[in-house]
Design a binder for this molecule. Structure first.
Ligand code: NAP
Length: 313
């Protein structure tokens, strides 16, 4: 590792839409950002198929392809990439550094764009059916269930919103919730209750996903937590909407987080530590869209550039 890589004007942690957009802007500003790609280079979009709502692609674009192009765009202007995960950070004001593998890297500014991971139930096969009947993103995948039956698990606003959205395509949506009361806001509950295509199975958990590698999901196993009754429930799709977990564990105790681990920002994208900015799903508990992450990545880069200029180095 060269000395140049060890000391940087700017380090970007994360290579999803927020991180790569920040990298494009920072690279064009000749800051030569060093981007740590993390465990999932390209971020959550690489886990979806067609992206149809990212502006500029009339026919849609594959998530992985979009991320590949963004990386090339950032590289073209001088962004540098490290295929490593940042394991440790030291974000004391005036001495920002992070550790990945054996190396420690120092920087004048850091943009955190580590994203969020959808929460899973922890079933043995739910990840292996991802993209073949299991989804964590209704906005991305509901389209593929035109005229089909879908199960959504969860009782919060996401589950309500996603169920309503899926009914634009699916013939039938069944919400499976572990309690007899929803967590979501009343208005979203009312929307669900008045939708003829949605039914709710209460006090029930999903204990298994049934399907084949070739045909994908065929059914889910349900268990009523009050009676213990077990049923096989036929479905073409299974959407998880039980929340997200922001990827902020390594920043705990160093910058301000809310009680769920989302990074708290002020003045749009500034964290509690000067020189440290945050963008994308690690901050955003509401929109979680590629285009909003891109917008925040841009904002983080522009503000970091101003911050660097103020250091007069
Ligand atoms: P959430 O409010 O935390 O709800 C998660 C739901 O999943 C809860 O009903 C919970 O059940 C259930 N759940 C969690 N772990 C589970 C498990 N292991 N097995 C079965 N069920 C499980 O998450 P969210 O719905 O994603 O919402 C997150 C935040 O975003 C909220 O503040 C929400 O208001 C906001 N949001 C807002 C909008 C909007 O306003 N348009 C849309 C989406 C999200 P219990 O209820 O039993 O705990």
């Amino acid at each position: 590792m060269s000395e140049k890589n060890k000391y940087n004007q700017q380090i970007i942690i994360g290579s999803g839409v927020a991180g790569l957009t920040a990298a494009i802007y920072s690279a064009r500003a000749v800051l030569e950002p060093l981007v740590f790609e993390g465990d999932l280079p390209g971020g959550q979009l690489t886990q979806t198929t067609e992206v149809e709502n990212y502006p500029g692609f009339e026919e849609g674009i594959l998530g992985s392809q979009l991320m590949e192009v963004m990386k090339k765009q950032a590289t073209r202007f001088g962004a540098r990439f490290v295929s490593r995960k940042v394991e440790k950070v030291d974000l004391r004001e005036g001495s920002l550094s992070l550790t990945a593998g054996e190396e420690t890297y120092a920087a004048d500014s850091v943009i955190i764009a580590t994203g969020a991971a959808p929460r899973f139930l922890g079933l043995e096969n739910e990840k292996s059916f991802m993209g073949r009947g299991v989804s964590t993103c209704a906005t991305c995948d509901a389209f593929f269930y035109r005229g089909k039956k879908v199960v959504v698990v969860g009782g919060g606003d996401s589950a309500m919103e996603e169920s309503s959205f899926i009914t634009k395509f699916a013939s039938e949506v069944t919400i499976v919730h572990r309690r007899d009361q929803l967590r979501s806001s009343k208005i979203m509950q009312e929307r669900v209750f008045s939708n003829d295509k949605i039914k709710i199975i209460w006090d029930t958990i999903v204990t298994d996903i049934i399907g084949t590698e070739k045909e994908g999901v065929k059914a889910v196993m349900l268990e009523n937590v009050k009676t213990g009754e077990k049923t096989e429930y036929l479905t073409d799709g299974f959407f998880l909407a039980i929340g997200h977990i922001p990827n902020s564990q390594i920043f705990k105790g160093q910058i301000d987080l809310d009680e769920e681990g989302y990074i708290l920002v002020h003045d749009s994208i500034k964290t509690s530590v000067p020189g440290v900015f945050a963008a994308g799903d690690v901050v955003d508990r509401v929109y979680r869209q590629a285009v909003t992450a891109a917008g925040m990545g841009c904002m983080a880069s522009l503000d970091a550039e101003k911050y660097l200029a103020s250091l007069n180095r």
